[in-house]
Design a protein around this ligand. Structure first.
Ligand code: NAD
Length: 309
């Protein structure tokens, strides 16, 4: 295969639909969305395209053109699978489901078809374990919302060939994504390892009574959070100098959270039914209006960051 052209998205939930939307941004791709039962996927994708239109990013003709390149298939796996160059699975986060799906797909696809898994946390190596051709399996970890967050972590297993890595990176680049090459299949890949190191410290600061939850979030939003999209940790370390980084780490690292289990205050909140947005209280209290505002503000912020609108 020279280039990926025919893309099949397997599992049309929150991630699958938005990944299909992302691929539709490039006319190179014929896209198929498959689900085990019929769902209003086209309507969901259209509504999200219309949100971009309302921001002046797309017009109606572009929406129609993009939708015309997406086929919706329920539940049979037919010729779209036989002709697929790249299949991205977005089914439930259950190891056996993903393993069995890939093993089944080997019987109905070309030998050079790439199998990508959108697992958030599971090992792509383990997901490939029931495949004969493990070299075709790769991790492609999209972030939610899949049509707005550019990053996709492309994860190489011990078996993934360099050709599969490059074809996948190229397809994602053409789909307008920012693929990054993860050389090893490790839990949390690259970005979630850093994200959860920060969450662990944030929760530890609350747990120790150093600051209340709102203050912890403010400390991020009004300081390094503002400059992170422009100045990330490694460049920042070089900017301040490796000597200063070494001095700071020599002094402070021993005081930072290094727990290998979730914080006891998370367990306490779970026992008390404080589930976050879904129950109206987590670390903070949430009214339905505040929840709607949080979600709306995030979407608008991301559209502004990605499209400048
Ligand atoms: N939601 C996120 O923020 C996020 C982010 C990155 C990655 N992921 C990963 O993407 C994948 C999909 O997540 P989602 O949030 O879109 O889930 P979802 O529940 O919204 O959608 C899952 C889809 O898979 C289908 N499905 C479920 N079990 C199946 C089975 N046994 N066989 C065939 N189809 C089945 C469902 O019908 C549904 O359409 C998961 O692996 C998840 O961990 C999720």
């Amino acid at each position: 295969m020279e280039k990926v052209k025919n893309v099949v998205i397997c599992g049309a939930g929150m991630m699958g639909n938005m990944i299909a939307l992302a691929f539709s941004s490039c006319p190179d791709f014929n896209i198929t969305v498959w689900n085990r039962r019929e769902k209003p996927c086209k309507e969901v994708i259209k509504a999200n395209l219309e949100q971009l239109r309302d921001k002046g990013i797309l017009d109606d003709a572009e929406i129609e053109e993009r939708l015309s390149r997406i086929a919706f298939v329920f539940p049979d796996k037919g010729k779209e699978f036989a002709e697929a160059d790249l299949i991205i699975e977005c089914v439930a986060e259950v190891m056996e489901t993903k393993q069995d799906l890939f093993a089944e797909l080997e019987g109905i696809t070309r030998e050079d078809c790439i199998f990508a898994t959108n697992t958030s946390v599971m090992s792509p190596t383990e997901i490939a374990s029931k495949c004969v051709h493990k070299e075709r399996v790769v991790g492609t970890h999209f972030w939610n919302p899949g049509h707005l967050i550019p990053l996709v972590e492309v994860v190489k297993t011990a078996d993934t060939t360099e050709e599969v890595m490059q074809l996948t990176m190229d397809a994602l680049t053409r789909a307008g994504k920012k693929p990054i090459y993860c050389k090893k299949d490790v839990p949390g890949f690259v970005a979630n390892r850093m994200q959860h190191a920060l969450w662990r410290e944030a929760i530890s600061i609350v747990e120790q009574g150093i600051a209340d939850p709102e203050t912890v979030d403010d400390a991020v939003k009004y300081s390094f959070g503002l400059r992170l999209p422009q100045l990330a940790p490694i460049e920042n370390s070089d900017m301040v100098g490796t000597q200063l980084t070494w001095n700071i780490h020599s002094y402070v690292l021993k005081y930072l959270a290094d727990n290998h289990e979730p914080s006891p205050i998370l367990k306490k909140m779970l026992d008390e039914g404080k589930m976050g947005f879904s129950s109206g209280e987590g670390f903070m209290k949430w009214t339905p209006e505040a929840i709607d505002k949080s979600k709306k503000d995030l979407n608008e912020y991301l559209i502004k960051m990605v499209y400048g609108k």
